[in-house]
Each structure stands twice: as structure tokens, then as C-alpha cells.
Design a binder for this molecule. Sequence first.
Ligand SMILES: Nc1ncnc2c1ncn2[C@@H]1O[C@H](COP(=O)(O)OP(=O)(O)OP(=O)(O)O)[C@@H](O)[C@H]1O
Length: 376
Amino acid sequence: MDASASNLHAADDIAVSVKNVSMVFGDVHAVDDASFDLPEGKFLTILGPSGSGKTTLLRMIAGFDMPTRGEIFIKNQPVSAIPPHKRAIGMVFQKLALFPHMTAAENVAFPLKMRRYQVRTIPDKVQHYLELVRLGGYGERRINELSGGQQQRVAIARALVFEPDLLLLDEPLAALDRKLREEMQLEFRRIQKELGVTTINVTHDQREALVVSDEIIIMNNGAIQQKAAPVGAYRAPANAFVANFIGVTNFVEGKVSKLTDQSVEFEADGVTLSGTLVEQTDGLRVGANCSGAVRAEQIRITSRDGHLDSLDSIVQGKVIDCIFEGERVVYEILISELGDTLMRVFDHDQESHLQFGPGDDVRLGWNARDMQVFKK
Ligand SMILES: Nc1ncnc2c1ncn2[C@@H]1O[C@H](COP(=O)(O)OP(=O)(O)OP(=O)(O)O)[C@@H](O)[C@H]1O
């Protein structure tokens, strides 16, 4: 589903509604006029660099802090009107805050005891949620007898066992090593799909955002830059910030020389490049400064006398560095004719793996549809 389709949901389907929310600390606008609706059962990730306002926004949704302006609704009720003990929100943070002296099962039972569930119903519920996180046989282990990934699973079970309306995740995977982090990303996705619990996740890891989410909100300097499905955010970034933050993107600066409905030509150091206009590029005129963005994987590379004739933009370059990453090679190419611009190119050469080395002369080419042009 695309971002605009989410606006078509009836109010009953909206789990969380953030309306013109701002948070000001002294002279810092930590969150600046944020608005969005999140339909029931969706997995939303708030993605952005350090200090962009992600945690501040999440804390306001959790009801820990009240916005300076605006209002947040959970299931059509203002968060400010729901007392903390009545908010049905599960949370997993980077610091898991499990009780180390208790067993896994006792930790998972804790929120049920706090909420005064009938004692005889608790063991079955606890077992069910331990099985959901694939720790069925580990209930009697103490927390310090479990691995980092297993402790993470206990924290997830504890956050979900009382069947909250909303699950909030604040960088719960940030401290894990890469392999475990990637495994747990898939686990979060599986569990969320299985339960259908509306989830909001905060991260600065763009890969995680792409892997786990139905929708992504990208923030910078307290402001929402874009809300879109992962493919939408990747393929059609709303602005240069998003294009730069998600994926490996090369930028070429220039001046617009020709404009039609969807296509644009621009001059960069005397070289004419073609691209497509981004929806939001209102007001871009011939003569205006612009910046063309092309992903590293959308550039083709060949030797100086190789063929790239079917591509719309072709430039000459020299290999500065090549990094073998296993499944791909990353080339760094110096483009003298574009004012010494450095471009990064991904290559999946399945036969020789490293077909070019430092100092080699190469040609790079890409299609106009793969170069998005933004206003500078
Ligand atoms: N309690 C506070 N008092 C003053 N300033 C704050 C407070 N909390 C956050 N800020 C400021 O608000 C801005 C946003 O902070 P926030 O923690 O929301 O960012 P973030 O995107 O979650 O960053 P990170 O990824 O580093 O956690 C920052 O400039 C931060 O210094």
C-alpha cells in the first residue's frame, strides 16, 4: 500500500494519530509540527540520524512527555486523557530492564501480575508467549543464563503478554552484533505479523527500517521529511535528504537546461545529464541550481571502450578504489569531467569479481529514470 492510500482509512482503523505535534526544549525544536496517522496492525519505523527527534516523538506517543503543541490520539482517545496505568502499550528499549534474579517465565509473568490477571490464567499465557518468541523450553532459566538474543526475546514476550494495543520499540537491537541484529529484525517482523499488533519502531539503521516496516517516517531536525512504504522511500525519495539517508546515493550538482513534464536535463561542468523530476520539485526552472541523485546500484560500469550505448547519461572516470564485499564490489570512481566528483558504483560481476583495479579508465552510465533531480 502506498502512503496516500493510508489516508483513506476510516477513523476506526487508525491506531495512532499524531496531529501537529511539536516539542520544544529551550531553543531546540526537538519535534516540529509532526502529523501522521498509523492504521491498525501496521509496523511503522521512525528513521533518522542522531538528534533528529525520533525518541522525543516516541516518548510523547508513549505518554511519558506531553507535547508543547498538538495532540496524540491512540484509538481515538487523546493520550493525555489516559492515565499511565491504563495505557495498553508494550515497550522494548535498548536497555531491556529485565529482572536478572528472576527466571524468563517470571519476567514474562510480571506485567500480568501488575495488571492483576487471575493467577491461574498466568502460566498458560506466559508459556504461549515464550513459545511465540521461540523460548518454549527456557522458562525456568534465569536471565543471566540466557544469551543476548534470548534476553531480547524475553523482553519481547514481556512487552506483548498483556496484549497491548500498541508496541513501541526504541532501538532495541542497537547493542546487538550484526548477525544477531539481522536475525532479530526478521523475528520482530514475524511476531508482529503473527499477532497483528500495531508497532512503532525507532532506529537510525536504514536497513532495519527497510526490512521490518510497512511504513517508514524519515525525520531530520525534528521535521518529518517523508512517510512512505519502504519501496516508496527507496525508489521515490521526497527530497535530497531522504535520497542521501537511505541507500548509497551519488549526487551531481548542476544547472537546469531543459524541462518537460517529467524529464529534466541539466549541465554539470559542461556535461549534459538527464534525469526525472521528483513530484515535490515544484518551481524548478531552467537556469535553477539542482542536484541529480543516482543510486550506486543503478550505475553500469564498463571499460573505456566498452558499450553503454543504450543508457541516457554516460561519463568517463578513473577507478580510485575497489572494495570487495563478497556479494558485490564497490568501486570509487573519480569523474574529472564532472569537476572531480567521486561516484560509488556497485558491481555484481559473478565471474572475475574484480574486473577493474585502481588506475583503470572506465565509463559509467545510467538511465534518466534512475537519476532524480532535486532543487538545490
Ligand atoms: N530532555 C531534553 N532536554 C533538552 N533537550 C533535549 C531533551 N531531549 C532531547 N533533547 C534534544 O532534542 C533533540 C532530539 O533528541 P532525540 O533524543 O529525540 O533525538 P533522536 O533522533 O532520538 O536521537 P538518537 O538517535 O541519538 O537517540 C536533540 O537535539 C536533543 O539534544
